[in-house]
Design a protein around this ligand. Structure first.
Ligand SMILES: [Zn+2]
Length: 96
C-alpha cells in the first residue's frame, strides 16, 4: 500500500501586496504633483490638515494660497470653510 504523496499543492500568490493605498493612483496622475504645494493658509488654520488626503492639501504652485487654487473640490471647500470661520469670528484666539 502506497500513500498518495503527489497531491498538487495549491500555491496562492500573496494578495496583500495589492492593497497598499486607499488613494486611487489614477487620480494622482491626473495632476502634476510636482507643480503643487501644500496650502499655507489651510496648514496654518486647519487643525485637521494632516488628516486630509494629500491631494486635498495641495494648491497649484503657480497660484496664491486661495480656495480656487486647490486641486480638489474637497480642498476647495475646506479652504472656504476656514475663510468663513475666520470672517465670522473676527477676534482670533490668542495662544494659551
Ligand atoms: Zn487652502
Amino acid at each position: 500500500m502506497t500513500l498518495p504523496h503527489n497531491r498538487a499543492n495549491p500555491c496562492s500568490p500573496p494578495q496583500e501586496l495589492l492593497f497598499v493605498e486607499h488613494i486611487d493612483p489614477a487620480v494622482i496622475y491626473r495632476f502634476d504633483t510636482r507643480s503643487s504645494r501644500p496650502c499655507e493658509f489651510c496648514r496654518e488654520l486647519d487643525p485637521q490638515f494632516p488628516q486630509r488626503r494629500p491631494l486635498d492639501q495641495m494648491v497649484a504652485s503657480s497660484r496664491k494660497a486661495i480656495a480656487s487654487a486647490h486641486l480638489t473640490e474637497d480642498g476647495y471647500v475646506r479652504h472656504r470653510m476656514l475663510e468663513l470661520r475666520r470672517i465670522t469670528s473676527p477676534a482670533p484666539l490668542t495662544a494659551a
